[in-house]
Design a binder for this molecule. Structure first.
Ligand SMILES: C[S@@+](CC[C@H](N)C(=O)[O-])C[C@H]1O[C@@H](n2cnc3c(N)ncnc32)[C@H](O)[C@@H]1O
Length: 224
């Protein structure tokens, strides 16, 4: 298997705009090294994230693009207002913090789209997104809507990441959708850090078939 385990330095960890602990102590933090490694492995041309908050996941993708000098454009879509599960952000100016760090560190290839996911659909052509991360509101209806509305935008052999696939709190429905999708499409998954699902709904490229076959090795490595 050609998969490489990198040991990146995440520049977001020392960003003064981002509150201490957010990057390393949040629900997404346990997937950062995987996010970095999958970008370096798959070399996507276009990455779109639905749901960014302070950027724990997004800046991991960006770090890989920067370190590997990839020709990749990254887009983070969020209202930066919060939702049913995060709560409303209110006076917390999370967008300003993310914008300030993004402008300084990654602006050559990274764009923040401050809008609803539905509004942002018009910005992307069909079959144009190589790596899509769906991490917005986690009700079944919301995540199903995000999947259905963004699937046409995914390129052939494109990858979709879903966070929170093992969370079974009331009103959390990603696990239900994940059960349905993973019964149909090639995939692999991690159970740590609320679970991350990796789905290939438009075909699975050859190198990823080996990764899927070796998923227990990856799970062991990233859950440490
Ligand atoms: C769980 S948080 C994202 C966490 C982030 N991926 C991380 O690494 O920390 C979900 C985000 O999605 C945003 N969101 C939820 N539904 C949305 C929608 N329909 N349109 C735009 N933003 C939305 C919220 O504002 C919130 O910031």
């Amino acid at each position: 298997m050609d998969w490489k385990y990198y040991r990146p330095t995440f520049t977001a960890d020392s960003a003064p705009e981002i509150p201490t602990g957010v990057m390393v102590g949040g629900a997404w933090s346990g997937h950062r090294r995987f996010a970095y490694d999958i970008v370096r492995f798959a070399k996507p041309k276009t990455i779109v994230e639905l749901g960014t908050f302070y950027g724990t996941s997004f800046f991991s993708f960006c770090q890989a693009v920067q370190d590997a000098r990839l020709q990749t454009n990254c887009y983070a879509v969020d209202t930066w207002q919060g939702d049913q599960h995060t709560g409303q952000y209110g006076h917390l100016n999370i967008y300003q913090a993310v914008h300030s760090f993004n402008s300084r560190q990654f602006s050559a290839f990274s764009t923040l789209v401050r809008s609803t996911f539905d509004e942002a659909l018009a910005l992307f052509g069909n079959n144009s997104i190589d790596l899509l991360h769906i991490d917005g509101c986690h009700t079944y209806e919301a995540v199903l809507h995000d999947f259905r509305s963004w699937l046409p935008k995914l390129s052939p052999n494109g990858i979709i990441l879903f966070h929170d696939i093992i969370v079974k709190l009331p009103t959390f429905g990603v696990h239900v959708l994940w059960e349905q999708l993973s019964a149909v499409y090639p995939h692999f998954q991690f159970a740590h850090s609320n679970g991350l699902g990796i789905l290939f709904p438009k075909g699975c490229p050859e190198p990823f078939k080996t990764v899927i076959a070796n998923q227990s090795l990856l799970a062991k490595h990233y859950s440490r």
